[in-house]
Design a protein around this ligand. Structure first.
Ligand SMILES: Cc1cc2nc3c(=O)[nH]c(=O)nc-3n(C[C@H](O)[C@H](O)[C@H](O)COP(=O)(O)OP(=O)(O)OC[C@H]3O[C@@H](n4cnc5c(N)ncnc54)[C@H](O)[C@@H]3O)c2cc1C
Ligand code: FES
Length: 1271
């Protein structure tokens, strides 16, 4: 009864969690939001009692968010966890414990000293980011809730199951039999039929790999396949049993059976913990996983190791049994005849002194497929005075085309005494079992081989630990070696956000909630692809090049023309206007004519009745190529002098050569830094909808672009019609991050061709893989440096060459290189600097803007040589950083002087808030005690220049309309992409008119309201558009003032009516130009930036030196954002940027078909989807994540003393990178490698593990081994 009541209560809470997410600032662009809501909803609905905080975080691990950094989502949802009765009773949270509030960051009484939000202007009180009350269970009365939902419609539950047989398009047949007999009959009739359970594998094969299956048999409801029997000798598991059910059963039996029987069950529990997200585990089946026979299946090596038996039934009903170790025959090939299916699995109990253990290393710990996994078992028996291996099985995934049973190792182990000698022998035997060729698919060969040994070593230690203290155990494990087998426990996230409120007028300065977050949490917010399709609308798909560099010999489009739903196909010859496009220089073809210069270049566009048919038809266009030599990397480009024209850049200060020659430098070091690229991974793919009006005389576009004006311009250009006849609108984006600044415009232009020529609406929405393949990424960089410094660590001279990989068109690459050059000294005062830069032309899709716009790459290279100086001098990098800091009045290498520099207060505050010296001591102590786990710490500063470095772009327009009901409609040139721009701008308008925020509305961005806008980029949009809006508001106010002064109006609406009656214009265009900036590249001097946003971050990490696994234990970020316009939104930007940066420095690796990845076709992107490209999940958020905004430093250079925030915090995640490097240094010291070593970005498990040199890497690599990276 109690649990039933609780169920109703939880269901009633659905509205609460929508509200909670909105109020906690957990929805920025909103594209991911409904997914998170549904995950939590599913958890709450299926929970008998309120879940724990861990369960809530676990339930969100299968959802991705690219904007928020997850912290506010966790905070919003953790109020549904029942952690402590006292916190969730009827006591008002505000009165709890003597007036303390509950901080949603911790779920505990707030400790950040905050009390209330004062509405007095320039009130200095610090507040907790969210002084909202957590939802109290006792406040929700389930019995009075009117719109209760039922668990499952009872009439459906009562409905008698019947077999189903359905037909689909193209002759597809789908059956749902209810008995195994019926399944076998169908299988006999259709031997090639696919059995379906969760469809997680078949669905991907059909949708992404485009495999067509004609007959599908869903066996979800077949009782014989769903058995789950606990027997005397083990467990019988039906092939259709879902992984969640299996996990639950294992969890149950380990509590009920003797411990020695459930060693294998425990291993499965651990392995399933890191296996996909809850959503997948809820539907995916055991049999589906087994029969897919993926070489990286996480479970198959365990079935093999654990002596599992597979029961197989054929169409005649005969059952045979095979050992799991004999079932896998080759790549996705199993021991099943055409007339057989897997019926069930039998897992025997383990015996006393029989141990089964699981291993897995992936790119990302959670929800990722393995790089290498393993299942290992050993059965020990007492022989004489020793423990002797009586039986063993070692199976690996990820090292062969199938789950590999290590036969030679098994043979070696049997009969051996369990001791160090056996370990050494087994490690040698394993090397003869695991044979990976240099060009093996998946790459990372040295890493994978090292992992096989590391895993066995862990297994040896694990088993030795279990038998420690038992009789005959002669060797005890050194306590520091236990670190190899300590498993990770992720505690619930603890976070704080500390800022002051500087209220100005009615709204500026308040932590207002994102204006459309309430629409976003309910899933009602509309994005481009949600625009309803008119009846005559068509869908477009692009015909793409498959070669990186080739002459087009012939195009055969007959296949497309006869494809279902086909409506039209268009190539370069059909373009009515110009085929030549480009955002800065015209160096791209909309549709390739004679030569293609990258894989994914657009050759033409197909339109059809559905998205699917358009895609299918485009895939049927056959292009014949004559291949030409391709340049794919920066090094290739330098070698071939392949640079974009006129992109050589040069900056200098002092005389570098003189300084190097003068003998002033005690040391001079030279080196090279490779910085990998990054995919934007906005959750909403690029999308445009184009239609014509008035007989084709006008063209209208709705586009998911950060630059509507660019889409307007491209479309007018390719159609050959005036810009005044083209309107582009953007309501909101599901994330942009720079990826939708220029690389969406050619997609809109491609869709405009059929729309204009056919006079029909056309929609194009890229599939995720196509979007990732063709729209460009963050530039990879190569930096070559020479640095001279004194023995004290003072840097005297810096000589740098910077190269970025632009791809096949210039796009924004030159400006990105320039910003990297501007940021190449990060925050350091260096008297002599020379920076040379060049933009490399390569045969990759054109790279483009991404948060930071080259700045992070420039700064990361700087911090690399900074850290190296510290190592050369045997000092702490933080100390070297400090003695080189710039300060007030510093003259930068491009002539700008620092004003209002807040670097020192930020650094000092960070240092004391993270207690750096203590943290360093604790880490050193930990490292002494732990041989196989190491911790590292780092503190990193940043200084980010605010302004477009191209002067003319620093202008902004706005249109403000006041209506007679007192409401205000604002339109401005900036685009809302989740960053809260519209909210901040509306706050400025509300304060300007002294009205409530709810009276101000921003509907969309439109080129016919505000023309010629710059892209929403460079972090400066709030500065510029808020100022433009304020200008318009001031104009209107000035017109209203005479009326207002005549009479005391009771409301703004009354005043507006009075003005209207007096024929006063209540609409104004506002305009803003950023003053006092300009830069001259011919002299290399000027003032490119209006001001700088400063910040600093601390990070502490722990790495597993045997596997390269890492986690961030703590991160503290402090930013100077002046007097924030909206501190809650700004904190959201800081957190989101930091986690996105963490992805860049430690998780996200782009793998291209190049010399580093010969197993990928040349020029193709291997990592083109969430399966292979891993952005951070909720479990990658630092365990402790503190963000604070510097107090008491107004910025005199921007509106209402605020500062820009979007890009500056991104680089601070490099604190995680350098903390990882710090930890690796400690690991290398264990084997006597104490010098500096290069570590490329991102520091993935592969790079971490291979840098931690030890006896398990030694057989495969030399000490200067450098894992490959596409740069
Ligand atoms: C997002 C995601 C994350 C994933 N993460 C992991 C992971 O971390 N580790 C991992 O190991 N795997 C992972 N997978 C793969 C996943 O485990 C398997 O896809 C899943 O277990 C297959 O089960 P299913 O019921 O969905 O199979 P389906 O897609 O329904 O079927 C898969 C195949 O099995 C065959 N089959 C099913 N039952 C039988 C039977 N009784 N007899 C003969 N053939 C049969 C089907 O014909 C089909 O060919 C992931 C998949 C996704 C989509
Ligand atoms: S708010 Fe999560 S992806 Fe944008």
């Amino acid at each position: 009864m109690q649990s039933e009541w609780m169920f109703w209560l939880l269901v009633a809470d659905v509205k609460k969690h929508l509200e909670s997410l909105a109020r906690s600032h957990g929805s920025q662009c909103g594209f991911c939001t409904p997914g998170f809501i549904m995950s939590l909803y599913a958890l709450l609905r299926s929970s008998q009692v309120p879940p724990t905080e861990e369960q809530i975080e676990e339930s969100l691990a299968g959802n991705l968010c690219r904007c928020t950094g997850y912290r506010p989502i966790v905070d919003a949802f953790r109020v549904f966890a029942k952690t402590d009765d006292a916190l969730y009773t009827g006591i008002s949270s505000l009165s709890l414990q003597g007036g303390e509030i509950i901080c949603p960051s911790t779920g505990k009484p707030c400790s950040c000293g905050s009390k209330t939000v004062s509405d007095k202007e320039t009130n200095d009180q610090s507040i907790c980011s969210a002084s909202y009350k957590p939802v109290s269970y006792s406040e929700v009365d389930g019995s009075t809730y009117t719109d209760k939902e039922l668990i499952f419609p009872p009439e459906l539950l009562l409905r008698k199951l019947t077999p189903l047989s359905l037909s689909g398009s193209g002759g597809l047949k789908w059956y749902r039999p209810l008995t195994v007999k019926h399944v076998l009959e169908l299988k006999q009739k259709y031997p090639n039929a696919k059995l379906l359970i969760g469809n997680t594998e078949v669905g991907i094969e059909m949708r992404l790999k485009r495999i067509q299956y004609q007959v599908l048999i869903s066996v979800t409801h077949v009782p014989e396949l769903n058995v789950l029997n606990v027997k005397e000798d083990g467990i019988e598991i039906g092939a259709a049993v879902r992984l969640t059910e299996l996990l639950n059963l294992f969890r149950e039996v380990v509590t009920q059976r003797p411990a020695h029987e459930t060693s294998a069950c425990k291993a499965f529990i651990e392995q399933l913990k890191w296996f996909a997200g809850t959503q997948i585990k809820n539907v995916a089946s055991v049999g589906g996983n087994v029969c897919t026979a993926s070489p990286i299946s996480d479970l198959n090596p365990l079935w093999m190791a654990a002596r599992a038996k597979f029961n197989i039934i054929n169409c005649k009903g005969n059952i045979r049994t095979t050992l799991a170790e004999n079932f896998f025959l080759g790549y996705r090939k199993v021991d099943l005849a055409g007339d057989e299916i897997l019926l069930s699995i039998f897992l025997p109990w383990t015996r006393p002194f029989e141990y089964v253990k699981e291993f897995k290393q992936a790119h990302r710990r959670d929800d990722d497929i393995a790089i290498v996994n393993a299942g290992m078992r050993v059965y020990l028996e007492e022989k004489g005075e020793d423990w002797v291996v009586s039986d063993a099985s070692i199976a690996y995934g990820g090292v062969a085309p199938l789950s590999l049973f290590a036969i030679k190792s098994k043979e070696f182990l049997i009969g051996k005494k369990w001791n160090q000698n056996m370990l050494q022998g087994a490690l040698n035997a394993l090397q003869t079992d695991i044979l990976l060729k240099e060009d093996a698919p998946g790459g990372m060969v040295e890493f994978r081989k090292s992992l096989t040994l590391s895993f066995f070593f862990k297994f040896f230690l694990g088993v030795s630990h279990e038998i420690e203290g038992k009789k005959y155990t002669k060797e005890s494990i050194s306590p520091s070696y236990l670190s190899a087998i300590k498993s990770l426990h992720r505690p619930p996230l603890v976070a704080s956000q500390d800022y002051e409120i500087k209220k100005h007028g009615t709204s500026v300065g308040l932590p207002e909630v994102h204006l459309s977050s309430r629409l976003q949490v309910t899933g009602e917010a509309e994005y481009t692809d949600d625009t309803p399709m008119p009846p005559n609308g068509l869908h477009a798909a692009l015909v793409l090049s498959k070669k990186p560099h080739a002459r087009i010999v012939a195009i055969d489009d007959s296949g497309a023309k006869s494809s279902p739903g086909f409506a039209g196909i268009f190539f370069a010859k059909d373009i009515p206007g110009s085929n030549i496009i480009g955002p800065v220089v015209l160096d791209e073809e909309l549709f390739a004519t004679e030569v293609v210069t990258c894989v994914g270049q657009v050759i033409g566009v197909v339109v059809a009745d559905t998205h699917e048919n358009a895609r299918r038809a485009a895939g049927k266009v056959h292009v014949e190529y004559e291949e030409l030599p391709a340049i794919l990397t920066i090094e290739d480009a330098i070698g071939a002098k392949s640079f974009h024209p006129n992109t050589e850049k040069f900056l200098q200060k002092g005389d570098v050569d003189l300084c190097f020659q003068s003998g002033q430098c005690d040391k001079i070091i030279e080196g090279k830094v490779q910085v990998g690229g990054q995919e934007h991974f906005y959750l909403e793919p690029q999308s445009s909808f184009v239609w014509t009006m008035d007989g084709g005389n006008e063209v209208h576009i709705i586009s998911s672009t950060q630059a509507p004006q660019k889409s307007q311009k491209y479309v007018s250009h390719v159609l050959g019609i005036p810009m005044s006849k083209v309107v582009c609108k953007t309501k909101r984006l599901g994330g942009g991050f720079g990826g939708k600044e220029t690389r969406g415009a050619f997609i809109a232009a491609a869709a405009a061709i059929p729309s204009y020529l056919m006079n029909r609406p056309v929609k194009i929405t890229l599939d995720r893989d196509i979007d990732m393949m063709i729209t460009g990424q963050r530039h990879s960089f190569l930096g070559k440096y020479k640095v001279g410094f004194t023995n004290m660590g003072k840097v005297l001279a810096l000589d740098i060459e910077l190269y970025n990989n632009a791809g096949n068109s210039l796009d924004l690459s030159c400006a990105i290189l320039e910003r990297a050059m501007f940021h190449s000294e990060n925050c350091y005062e260096i008297p002599n600097i020379r920076i040379f830069g060049n933009v490399c032309f390569t045969n990759l899709p054109s790279n483009t803007a991404f948060r930071g716009f080259g700045g992070p790459q420039g700064m990361l290279i700087a911090e690399n040589w900074m850290q190296r100086i510290a190592l050369e001098l045997k000092k702490s990098p933080e100390e070297i950083r400090e003695i080189n800091f710039q300060g007030e009045g510093s003259i930068l290498h491009y002539g700008q002087q620092l004003e209002h520099c807040t670097l020192a207060p930020l650094w000092n505050e960070l240092k004391s808030s993270c207690d750096f010296l203590k943290a360093r001591e604790e880490v050193n102590e930990f490292n002494l005690q732990n041989r196989w786990k190491k911790r590292g710490v780092a503190m990193i500063p940043t200084k980010f220049g605010i302004s477009f470095t191209t002067k003319f772009m620093n202008q902004a327009g706005a249109l403000v309309n006041v209506y007679t009901d007192g409401t205000v409609l604002v339109t401005h040139g900036g685009v809302e992409m989740g960053q809260g721009l519209h909210t901040k701008v509306a706050q400025v308008a509300a304060s300007a008119f002294n009205i409530s925020l709810s009276s101000v509305f921003i509907s969309e961005t439109s080129t016919d309201k505000v023309p010629n806008s710059s892209p929403t980029a460079a972090s400066a949009s709030s500065d510029m558009y808020a100022a433009a809006v304020l200008d318009a508001c001031e104009q209107i106010k000035a017109r209203m003032d005479p009326i207002a002064s005549r009479h005391s109006f009771s409301s703004f609406a009354e005043l507006a009516v009075a003005c209207h009656m007096e024929r006063i214009d209540l609409s104004a265009h506002g305009f803003y130009i950023t003053p006092d900036i300009g830069f001259d590249w011919s002299t290399g001097k000027g003032k490119p930036f209006r001001y700088f946003t400063y910040g600093a971050a601390f990070a502490e990490v722990e790495i597993d030196t045997l596997t390269g696994d890492f986690h961030t234990r703590a991160a503290n970020v402090i930013m100077d954002l002046g007097y924030s316009l909206n501190p809650a939104i700004d904190v959201g930007q800081v957190e989101g940027a930091f986690i996105q940066g963490l992805g860049w420095v430690a998780l996200e690796e782009l793998k291209w078909g190049d010399a580093a990845h010969k197993w990928v076709p040349p020029g193709c992107l291997y990592t083109c989807g969430p399966g292979s490209y891993k952005i951070p999940t909720v479990n990658d958020v630092p365990f402790k994540f503190n963000v604070s905004l510097l107090k008491g430093h107004p910025n005199v250079k921007a509106i209402h003393s605020s500062k820009a925030v979007g890009e500056p915090p991104f680089f601070l995640a490099s604190a995680v990178f350098f903390a990882i490097k710090d930890a690796i240094l400690a690991a290398r010291a264990e084997t006597g490698h104490t010098g500096w070593f290069p570590l490329d970005n991102p520091a993935t498990p592969e790079r971490i593990r291979m840098a931690c040199l030890d006896e398990f890497t030694a057989p495969f690599v030399s000490s200067d081994f450098h894992p490959k990276l596409s740069v």
